[in-house]
Design a protein around this ligand. Structure first.
Ligand code: ADP
Ligand code: MG
Length: 477
């Protein structure tokens, strides 16, 4: 047991040593002693209460990140603190305290830049950190090479390439990419980020969804750390903000975005934004922000035509090492015409069916699968349907779901309903909020986050949500 703790801690120290300046390392990390490792909880002994507080205040994210690397996402840290050093007659008195940093951040947030989640006074200035390290949050599969060009996206794709070649130093700043669901906004925006990182590794790139931006802003605002939040974003060379339509009505977050936008733009840094509608149609977004969006280039993504759809399918198959008769490819491309995500979905269903039934992919199978696929995707689940299902499931009266009741069962039922509506319908957060007695979209964001968090920590809750999820899925078929 103790050997393990020793080993894990030594590995952590190797990483920490690289990041933290020597003097700080000596002061704050060398005196730490690993004590035990049980069920992914590493206990470390620190000399004093003050020592513990200092570590928690300044190094919580660093510790969390390195520990997660060694122990997986279950990894937790506990501190053993000497409360009383004892004397001839008494043993030293020790106390174990869980690292509170872990409770504050949901697990999946740990990967986010080392610094930004730290709601202490100055989140990115970790004392002694050699340099600011920021994980760009890019998915490496989204590159230009796999983004097929067609009439539907030529302008946007080429503008994206130009931006990637000369971030900040081109006339497309900001680059605003707009288009409907599943048409490649996220892919293209991330391709720019990946390309910049490939050709210019020292550039600081950050991809962030608007939801995450808004959530983090609210966290910082609760902790009186808005300036830190804004300063952090001002460190970025290429900032990609996905789905800015979610900023609608989030007034305070818009103010922050505005400040960040101005600073970056003036400093010759690049901004890339995506939205599901042209900037002029973005309701609930301040005019001064919209006018900034118009400074650069707005480029749209359209539904790909038949030939482009074939090319996309063929490229996808090639990347995944798959083969199927040309007539099948044509059949899919002909029948699935709405968006690229559905196109990929059809391909995956077909593969799944073929391997499940140990059957070669041929036109017959494609027809059978696509019949299901088209049917399932055409049967739209509505928020009302989900509301009724959840009410039935928890035996909650429908009108209670919409009122401002604070009773726990009802609050949870309401949060789950919002969460499922977000997952299974194409409604905006705003629309979802409106279906719950006119709540605003930040309430919906908060509810979704709460459900995710509770699913991580509460087994019964999790079972309930999963069961409901299955019911909704079945209803959609
Ligand atoms: P959006 O963000 O607009 O909703 P995504 O960027 O998530 O859409 O794209 C949906 C899926 O379709 C992704 O898997 C993406 O790789 C794929 N895709 C979209 N456009 C293209 C394209 N032109 N070439 C290849 N794949 C594409
Ligand atoms: Mg997207």
């Amino acid at each position: 047991m103790e050997k393990n703790a020793e080993k894990i801690w030594t590995n952590c120290l190797k990483i920490i040593k690289d990041i933290v300046e020597w003097q700080h390392y000596k002061t704050w990390f060398e005196p730490i002693k690993p004590v035990s490792l049980k069920n992914s909880v590493l206990v470390i002994q620190v000399p004093s209460q003050f020592f513990f507080e200092y570590l928690e205040e300044h190094y919580v994210n660093l510790l969390a990140k390195t520990l997660k690397r060694e122990l997986g996402k279950e990894g937790r840290l506990e501190y053993r603190i000497m409360v009383d050093s004892g004397n001839k007659n008494t043993q030293p008195l020790m106390m174990d305290i869980p690292g509170h940093g872990y409770k504050m951040y949901p697990n999946n947030e740990m990967d986010f830049p080392l610094i930004i989640n730290n709601p202490v006074k100055n989140p990115f200035v970790i004392p002694g950190l050699k340099k600011v390290q920021i994980d760009p949050q890019l998915n490496p599969i989204y590159i230009f090479d796999s983004f097929i060009e067609g009439d539907c996206n030529r302008v946007a794709r080429r503008a994206g390439k130009t931006v990637a070649e000369k971030p900040g130093a081109n006339s497309f700043n900001p680059l605003v990419i707009y288009g409907g669901v599943g048409l490649g906004k996220t892919h293209l925006a991330q391709a720019i980020g990946n390309e910049v990182k490939r050709t210019n590794p020292t550039k600081v790139v950050l991809y962030v969804s608007s939801e995450k931006f808004i959530n983090q802003f609210m966290d910082h605002s609760r902790n009186n750390a808005i300036n830190d939040f804004i300063h952090f974003y001002q460190l970025i060379d290429v900032l990609i903000v996905d789905d800015v339509q979610f900023f609608a009505k989030a007034e305070k977050s818009q103010d922050a975005l505005f400040a960040i936008f101005n600073h970056l733009h003036q400093s010759g840094k690049q901004l890339i934004l995506t939205t599901d509608k042209p900037p002029k149609d973005l309701e609930g977004v301040q005019e001064r922000l919209l006018s900034r969006f118009r400074w650069g280039l707005s480029a749209d993504l359209q539904i790909p035509d038949y030939d482009t759809r074939i090319e996309i399918l063929e490229r996808k198959m090639k990347n995944d090492g798959l083969e199927m008769p040309k007539e099948v490819v044509k059949y899919i491309a002909y029948n699935i015409s709405n968006n690229v995500r559905e196109l990929e979905g059809a391909l995956i269903s077909l593969l799944a069916q073929s391997s499940l039934n140990r059957r070669e992919i041929d036109l017959d199978l494609a027809k059978k699968v696509l019949r299901n696929f088209v049917k399932s995707s055409s049967k739209e689940i509505t928020i009302d349907t989900i509301q009724k299902m959840v009410c039935d499931f928890f035996d909650v009266p429908y009108d209670k779901l919409l009122q401002k009741t604070r009773k726990r069962e009802i609050v949870q039922a309401r949060q789950i309903t919002m969460y499922l509506s977000k997952a299974f319908t194409k409604n905006s957060l705003k629309t979802i909020g409106e279906h719950f007695g006119g709540r605003d979209h930040t309430t919906v964001i908060h509810s979704c986050q709460t459900v995710k968090d509770l699913m991580d920590t509460d087994g019964v809750f999790r079972e309930n949500v999963l069961e409901l999820q299955q019911k909704v899925q079945l209803a959609a078929m």
